[in-house]
Ligand binder design. Structure first.
Ligand code: 2P0
Length: 351
């Protein structure tokens, strides 16, 4: 008997223009477009294996990092599975020779190789890997953009993790969400000098989930209405900056958008605090490095951005990243393991 099983992986993406707010909470339609960089490191990924088998007991089941999670009827996971199964069923109806995978129960196992729910976008890579693995299992012909419409309904930011490189999630205008999808702005190899440093300030689970936090923002923040007016221009300008490899504009917009996103969180009632004192010290450090760099070279050297948690992602061009890593390490000494991709600290004690 053939085994019908597929494994797919999807990486984390980090937004430069943040998604924060839904205009439709069940279809997951955003109040603004967003733009992210998909990280291509092996240590920030979700890997999902899906198997369909006629002999499985009735009902789909899913394990996350080895623990079974319920697939709530009508919930986000169930919606993604239902849509993809529906596409498979259409194929089976057209071609009677295909095995009837759509009517067989599924067993799905997903692993993250980084802390879940620590503000490191685990839902994005997790849902993207799930959609990619089911689409492989069902041998679906849909394009990544078409699949992104399904991933979006699992978790908004997941739609962006179906692409590598620089990715835009267009908010769309249609009420059914058919034009709210992700598309590539530029592939990874367009700007290989762009590097990201992840500073894990805390890997504890965050206090306010993105889903509930952003809804509270939509309901209570007057500042969000201003933000929605400025994001379209930022989307245009940062896309152009990426295409032209203009790091100064990329960095200015990335930092401004992170700061505005956190201002909108603070403008929410009751307010949402994602940054902590270490996050703010990292902002001050990068601002100071940039100020000095502007005086000496007329260019910026780094851009910080923070998601729904205190962890900092710093974008910089290689070889400037060497300076950033050594500076961060000097001001925030690490205990034990510290990533040293450039061999800057070889022979030095990390303790
Ligand atoms: C982003 N975040 O663009 C923004 C920045 C957090 C801050 O997308 O409710 O987990 O599942 O659609 O995708 C987090 O939101 O929320 C997020 P749901 P999601 O990356």
């Amino acid at each position: 008997m053939p085994v019908y099983e597929a494994t797919a992986t999807a990486p984390v993406n980090i937004a430069c223009i943040k998604y924060w707010g839904k205009r439709d909470t069940s279809l997951i339609l955003p109040t603004n477009s967003s733009l992210s960089v998909t990280l291509d490191q092996d240590h920030l990924r979700s890997t999902t294996t899906s198997r369909a088998d006629a002999s499985f007991e009735k009902g789909d089941r899913l394990w996350l990092n080895g623990t079974e999670e319920s697939i709530k009827e009508g919930g986000r996971l169930a919606v993604c599975i239902k849509e993809l199964r529906g596409w498979r069923r259409e194929m089976e109806e057209k071609d009677g020779g295909l095995p009837k995978l759509s009517s067989w129960p599924l067993r799905i196992a997903s692993y993250n190789n980084f802390p879940t729910a620590a503000g490191l976008a685990s839902s994005a890579s997790g849902l993207a890997a799930l959609v990619a693995s089911l689409s492989q299992l069902y041998e679906l012909p849909q394009t990544p953009s078409e699949l992104s419409r399904i991933a979006r309904q699992g978790s908004g930011s997941a739609c962006r993790s179906l692409f590598g490189g620089f990715v835009a999630w267009r908010e769309g205008k249609l009420a059914d969400g058919s034009d709210s999808l992700a598309e590539e702005v530029a592939p990874r190899d367009h700007w290989p000098e762009m590097h990201a440093l992840i500073c894990v300030v805390s890997d504890a689970k965050k206090g306010t989930s993105s889903t509930s936090g952003m809804q509270r923002t939509v309901e209570t923040s007057p500042l969000l209405q201003h933000r929605l007016k400025v994001v379209p221009d930022r989307m245009d300008k940062i896309s152009k900056a990426i295409l032209e490899k203009d790091f100064d504009t990329f960095a200015q917009i990335t930092m401004a958008d992170s700061n505005q996103f956190h201002a909108v969180c603070l403008d929410t009632s009751p307010p949402i605090f994602y940054l902590n004192d270490v996050s703010r010290s990292l902002i001050a450090l990068i601002e100071e490095l940039n100020r000095a760099a502007m005086l000496t070279t007329g260019h910026l050297v780094a851009a910080y951005t923070f998601d729904a948690g205190p962890n900092c992602v710093i974008y910089a061009l290689e070889p400037t990243m060497r300076l950033i890593i050594s500076t961060v390490n000097r001001f925030f000494p690490q205990e034990g393991h510290f990533p040293d991709p450039f061999g800057l600290f070889e022979g030095q004690s990390m303790e």
